[in-house]
Design a protein. Structure first.
Length: 336
């Protein structure tokens, strides 16, 4: 039996120890190499696009463009705009986030970085936000699996059995289902692209809307026998598996890759965060989708990819910049 990828040396190409041994100036140069990788790490004015006409204000770690006189920094216009943490602390947070294959709680991150819980919570959510904002909008095609995993429906029963209430048919206002779409790799090595959506229930209307917007016509879709997927047969080659009998059908019909997403999400829910609200559930779901899609990459490649997403132009956080001063998300993200 071959060795699991995470046990191999190929999976370990960066470490917390290596980042911790770097100086603040070295971390700053690393940020430069990622932010302006297309210009070999040399600054590019975010306003006029000039790649050479600027000078460095060393005391403020800022640049001033000689063409348009705009003053900018390495994090201007990015998810880390107006940051107060050192570059080294941010880089440590990203490598810790990258190494946590099943997610990490803000409380653990605050202990690892020796920062307040509030700081760690906002920082981790800014990273999650960058994963959402920079994800691809391309439609999935080929063989696509769909499945749902329910969250937010558990109420702890009373201690005495005579005091317990049967809530199985009761309305649960915070109950949500995460619908995962996973495109299989052509070479049979699991799934390569994953998309997630939050619904209040598995139903025909929402499932059809998601499929129409995110799955190419005539694709082959694999699901279980939930009736919410029945109407997909009209536009797609629908394959069903009866999970009461088997995990995989006689002709290979299964949604095991979506089940793999469900399993990893449960590890985040039960093992890390313990309780997830509805407001930011889409962020956590997309994080697990990203971890599933990058599970075969070494940790430095994952760290560099996350950092490049965080340093993308015009990606200032609208929901977490000034969060503790009252700038909150107004409503949860539901549907397609």
């Amino acid at each position: 039996m071959s060795q699991h990828f995470l046990l191999s040396s190929k999976a370990r190409t960066i470490s917390v120890r290596k980042i911790a041994s770097m100086s603040e100036s070295e971390c700053y140069e690393y940020f430069k190499s990622i932010r302006w990788s297309s210009n070999k790490g040399n600054p590019v004015c975010p306003t006029c696009g000039s790649a050479s006409s600027h000078y460095f204000i060393e005391s403020r770690l800022q640049y001033r463009c000689k063409d348009c006189f705009h003053t900018f920094s390495i994090t201007s216009g990015t998810i880390f705009h107006s940051h107060k943490l050192d570059f080294k602390v941010i880089l440590l947070a990203i490598v810790i986030f990258s190494n946590a294959t099943k997610g990490i709680s803000a409380l653990q991150l605050s202990r690892d970085l020796d920062v307040q819980y509030k700081t760690a919570w906002v920082l981790s959510h800014k990273i999650r936000e960058s994963l959402i904002e920079q994800k691809s909008d391309d439609k999935l095609s080929g063989i696509v699996e769909m499945d749902g995993v329910y969250v937010g429906n558990y109420i702890k029963p009373a201690n005495n059995i005579n005091d317990r209430i049967d809530r199985r048919k009761a309305f649960k206002p915070n109950k949500r289902v995460i619908i995962s779409l996973r495109e299989r790799n052509l070479l049979g090595s699991g799934a390569g692209k994953t998309k997630t959506f939050i619904l209040k229930s598995e139903n025909n209307v929402d499932i059809n809307a998601i499929a129409k917007s995110h799955i190419a016509p005539n694709s082959e879709i694999h699901t279980d026998e939930n009736s919410a997927y029945d109407d997909l047969l009209a536009h797609y080659d629908l394959k069903r598996v009866n999970h009461q009998i088997e995990y995989s059908g006689m002709n290979g019909e299964n949604n095991n890759q979506s089940e793999s997403f469900n399993a990893r999400f449960r590890r985040l829910q039960y093992g890390q965060c313990h309780k997830l609200g509805t407001l930011y559930l889409s962020n956590y779901a997309n994080e697990i989708a990203y971890r599933e899609d990058t599970r075969r990459l070494d940790n430095k490649a994952i760290m560099d990819d996350i950092l490049s997403r965080c340093l993308a132009d015009n990606s200032i956080s609208n929901e977490f910049c000034g969060y503790w001063q009252g700038n909150h998300r107004v409503a949860e993200r539901l549907g397609a």
